[in-house]
Write a protein that binds this ligand. Structure first.
Ligand code: NAP
Length: 479
């Protein structure tokens, strides 16, 4: 349904995500006149604040988290903010919230930045107070459940009040510029698509490395682990974008139709195709850091690392492994996709003693956003001692190539799409469920075979078994 909301209702308005990401993103959009002048933002949480109190709260967060050059925009932005205290478990509180929001005929976008356990009561309250009508859409933060069953419960609760075309499930990786650029690279160039298949690609690697440990997410993370926190959502979305067939259009239905086909084609992971790990004390950037158990304050079997050899069972990808690897307290913070092409079928230079390496496409997502294609080139010279070839990178650093346009954080894009109603970069229910189905099977297999995480030293690249997982196939992780 196409309408631009004139009110954004933000649940969890005093939370960590609101302070670090949502308020700064909204302020940046406002500073660049990307939201309508009459857009009102109503925040809600239990904290007993009035409008002025919330503006003071937001000012503090913005002064802390907004880049220096954006700070002059703060005062103007604060005038858009309103606040209504509410306990989401108290249906009776929603009448006052509805009064604060006012009529919804002009369009209301709601963002639930609260624990998923509050989604059910929140939706009941929205329905009871008339805040779930035709011109209302709803955005949901992850985690959407802890397995297929709980995710279905959440999805059922939401879809009892909102049709799918008004539900916006957020995976903030989809708001990242380079992730969208992956689609431009694949589908706005003739160059790659004819080679983008099992005949020419040897394997794909997707790495999401973090250097941080628990970072105050103790309660949440220990109940989740790396597989559910990272692979279930972000990494499978990246895999789907790499592997999907060309959609006929860059719109929500066409893109999501193609992604879900990939997710449903994922082969059940074999017992020897996954490695889990948990960090022990070590050093990151020369600084000593404690082990996971010490940070947690108790023993735990939660995995802080996982490496998986995945397969997409369809015509295009038969025989091409997708190696996925993510972990906390790894050697460096990096998110990247590496597409390793096959070697040339015959090297005309072999007789001259020159060796050539297969091409590699590296898509850097964070911290740097860049695309690099490794090509073979002749080392300059008269070659009296033999011809030499060397790998040279063809680099596109996005910051340099596009010095003009501002580099926007993912939530700016996603909040704007939520306000304007574009679902292309949001995850559809069938995608989430296909993701959970695959993840649940991995966890069941771990349970059946009594697999517990192997130790790895903080500051390394994970347990040695993860290196062996790739090395067995003659593959080296890109580092
Ligand atoms: P948080 O810091 O714990 O904030 C939770 C928010 O919910 C607060 O504003 C809290 O305010 C409000 N709240 C709690 N109980 C409530 C109730 N009964 N009724 C109404 N409001 C209530 O959590 P967060 O880090 O902002 O995360 C929010 C959601 O986003 C979570 O589901 C989280 O998993 C997800 N997420 C967070 C991040 C991140 O980087 N932080 C990243 C990805 C996803 P009061 O206590 O005043 O009520």
């Amino acid at each position: 349904m196409s309408f631009t909301a004139d009110c954004l209702l933000l649940f969890g308005a005093t939370g960590d995500l609101a302070q670090r990401m949502l308020l700064p993103s909204l302020c940046a959009l406002d500073a660049d006149d990307l939201v309508a002048p009459d857009l009102r933002i109503v925040g809600t949480a239990r904290q007993p604040l009035d409008d002025e109190g919330y503006r003071a709260f937001a000012r503090e967060a913005l002064e802390k988290f907004l880049p220096e050059d954006r700070q002059p925009a703060i005062e103007g932005f604060l005038q858009r903010l309103y606040y209504q205290p509410l306990d989401a478990n108290e249906t009776g509180h929603f009448a006052d919230l509805a009064a604060k929001v006012g009529p919804t005929e002009q369009g209301l976008s709601i963002f639930l930045s609260t624990a998923p356990s509050l989604f059910g009561p929140t939706i009941a309250g929205l329905v009871a107070s008339g805040l779930a009508g035709e011109n209302v859409r709803i955005g949901l933060e992850k985690p959407l459940g802890t397995d297929l069953g709980t995710s279905r419960l959440i999805n059922d609760a939401v879809s009892a009040a909102f049709p799918e075309d008004r539900i916006f499930r957020i995976d903030h990786y989809l708001g990242k510029e380079t992730v969208q650029n992956l689609l431009a690279l694949r589908f706005a160039n003739l160059l790659f698509e004819p080679l983008w298949n099992a005949a020419h690609i040897d394997h794909v690697q997707i790495t999401v490395g973090e250097t941080v440990g628990l970072e105050g997410r103790v309660g949440f993370y220990d109940g989740a682990g790396a597989l559910r926190d990272m692979v279930q959502n972000h990494m499978l979305q990246l895999l789907a974008l790499v592997a999907m067939e060309p959609p006929s259009n860059f719109n929500a239905t066409a893109v999501r139709d193609e992604k879900v086909k990939v997710l449903r084609s994922l082969r059940v992971v074999g017992r020897d195709e996954a490695v889990t790990g948990q960090y022990r004390a070590g050093a990151i950037g020369g600084k000593a850091v404690p082990g996971y158990d010490e940070e947690l304050g108790k023993d735990s079997d939660t995995e802080t690392f996982v490496a998986i050899k995945a397969h997409v069972d369809n015509w295009r990808w038969q025989g091409v492994p997708f190696y996925l690897r993510t972990g906390k307290r790894l050697y460096k913070r990096v998110t990247e996709i590496v597409v390793q092409f096959r070697p040339v079928p015959h090297s005309i230079f072999a007789g001259r003693g020159a060796r050539s390496q297969p091409n590699k496409l590296i898509i850097g997502i964070q911290p740097e956003e860049n695309v690099s294609l490794s090509l073979m080139a002749k080392v300059p010279g008269l070659d009296r001692g033999g011809l030499r070839l060397r790998e040279v990178p063809l680099d596109i650093a996005m910051d340099d190539a596009f010095a003009g346009p501002k580099n926007r954080i993912a939530y700016e894009r996603l909040l704007l799409d939520l306000i304007e109603g574009d679902q292309t970069l949001f995850v559809r229910r069938d995608e989430v469920e296909a993701q959970w189905e695959w993840i649940d099977a991995i966890r069941e297999s771990w349970g059946e075979h009594g697999i517990t995480p192997k130790s790895y030293t903080a500051g390394s690249w994970g347990p040695s078994a993860a290196i062996a997982l790739a090395e067995r196939d003659g593959v080296t992780w890109h580092e």
